[in-house]
Design a protein around this ligand. Structure first.
Ligand code: 6PG
Length: 488
């Protein structure tokens, strides 16, 4: 039998779908799974396809054409560069069986620093490594994901034909580029996930406002379906509309309303938050989204507190702060739409700012416009609005904060009034909107010519003689005041 073009290690659902995708593009694929029956069942379920099932790692490796290309799809659990996990175990298993220049691809959600460690380690063994973020869930893996590979450019060139043929396409362009060296691919996938958290939370806050305003599940589904035809068009808005339409066959109730309000998370959002703090980049919308999941998971505490801590008395309709005047529904829908769009822009501005900062720090030379372009299709955050981000960086590669691009600036300036009204309305009615309000807080802080940090500097100088600069003196000159002594 001829040697295979591609090998896949780890036949969970994502792995299986990826294999079928690669095979459907004309490549022969070898597969290996630790549990042999999974391999056999998979091969038996797909007769007539160019698939080779291997029972041992040795046979698997031997079945591949050189340089071998082995894509690992096993769950990574390392959260520090020093942690060892299943990806390391598989790599150790493969090393003695591989030849110089063979390529290992880690396609899971691995921590980017672990990817950097593996990249350096495999280089000492004469092997090549690609840490590739793959987004799009099961369907994306089968029909075309967005792929974010990091590693040496020369290794990318070898992988390019396969990656470009299996990736999603937008306007004929494949949703994959060489992101950058080392851990850059997994890093960008991590930020993609942080942005995904932000998008999801903002949608949930819009839903919660509608729910408090007395909209039925059907009405809410209709709103999201309609939004999906406009400037908010995105995969996440689309699935929200569809999810809200779903009825539980057993009870006849909305499935969404039957689901316990405790959010899970696997860690990429928290990694994003920690990385932003380490690099002094503000990603308050994404942080709010991560923290909203954490608070949601403390259901028992919340139930207890709901009986102890007071909020405005619920009226069944959102009132304009006077407890009497309700908001007309159609006006509310438009205003929430505008608030959501503005908040979404902030979330992306923050995520892209973090990528830009890390790119500079690590000398990755990341291209924000091209990254936005490969997020237009295949991945979870795919959205019409990513076309505008792509255009923004294409027309101005040196663009600072995304908010200052002419298109986004116009949207923000146009929507800011509705945004304020929605956040105020939610607060007056006791509806938590942590991501909407964090976004607005960022917007107002960023655009403030003068912030109260002058007082903060005074406080620092007062208790710690930390000194301050003065508005009436040249920048870089520092002053100290002999503040009065405070007793007690
Ligand atoms: C994707 C997704 C995918 C997964 C994440 C998020 O891009 O296809 O981001 O990687 O859904 O693991 O999972 P959590 O919500 O559990 O953190």
């Amino acid at each position: 039998m001829s040697k295979s073009d591609f090998g896949l290690y780890g036949l969970a659902v994502m792995g299986q779908n990826l294999v079928l995708n690669v095979e459907s593009r004309g490549f022969q694929v070898s597969v290996y799974n630790r549990t042999t029956s999974v391999t056999d069942d998979f091969i038996a379920a797909h007769p007539g396809k160019k698939l080779v099932g291997a029972h041992t790692v040795e046979d698997f490796v031997q079945s591949l054409a050189r340089p071998r290309k082995i894509h690992i799809m096993v769950k990574s659990t390392a959260v520090k560069d020093t942690d060892r996990d299943a990806v390391d175990a598989v790599i150790e298993q493969l090393i003695p069986l591989l030849d110089e220049d063979d390529i290992i691809i880690d396609g899971g959600n691995s921590f980017y620093q672990a990817t950097e460690r593996r990249d350096a380690y495999l280089a000492t063994k004469g092997l090549r490594f690609i840490g590739a973020g793959v987004s799009g869930g099961e369907e994306g893996a089968r029909k075309g994901p967005s792929i974010m590979p990091g590693g040496p450019a020369s290794t990318w060139e070898v992988m390019k034909p396969i990656f470009e043929s299996i990736a999603a396409k937008v306007d004929g362009e494949p949703c994959v580029i060489h992101i950058g060296p080392g851990g850059a691919g997994h890093y960008v996938k991590m930020i993609h996930n942080g942005i995904e958290y932000g998008d999801m939370q903002l949608i949930c806050e819009a839903y919660n406002i509608f729910k408090h305003a007395g909209f039925t599940t059907d009405e809410m589904a209709a709103i999201f379906n309609e939004w999906n035809d406009g400037e908010l068009q995105s995969y996440l808005i689309q699935i929200t509309g569809k999810a809200l339409e779903q009825i539980d066959p057993e009870t006849g109730h909305s499935v969404v309303e039957l689901i316990v309000d405790k959010a899970g998370q696997k860690g990429t959002g928290q990694w994003t938050l920690l990385n932003a703090a380490e690099n002094a980049v503000v990603i308050s919308t994404i942080n709010a989204a991560v923290e909203a999941r954490i608070l949601s998971s403390k259901k028992k505490e919340r139930v207890l507190a709901s009986k102890e801590l007071r909020g405005p008395a619920p009226t069944g309709a959102l009132t304009m702060g006077d407890g009497i005047t309700p908001w007309p529904k159609e006006i509310l829908v438009q205003k929430v739409h505008d608030a959501l769009y503005a908040s979404k822009i902030i979330s992306y501005a923050q995520g892209l700012d973090l990528i830009k900062t890390m790119s500079g720090k690590k000398n990755w030379d990341l291209d924000l416009g091209r990254i936005a372009a490969i997020w237009r299709g295949g991945c979870i955050i795919r959205a019409r609005f990513l076309n505008f981000i792509t255009d923004a960086y294409r027309s101005n590669p040196g663009l600072g904060n995304l908010m200052l691009d002419p298109y986004f600036k116009n949207i923000l300036n146009g929507n800011q009034q509705s945004w304020r009204e929605v956040v105020s309305l939610a607060m007056l009615n006791g509806i938590p909107v942590p991501a909407f309000s964090a976004s607005l807080g960022y917007y107002d802080s960023y655009r403030a010519e003068r912030l109260p940090a002058n007082l903060l500097q005074a406080q620092r100088d007062f208790f710690g003689a930390h000194t301050y600069e003065r508005v009436d003196k040249p920048e870089g000159e520092f002053f100290h005041t002999d503040w009065p002594e405070v007793i007690g």
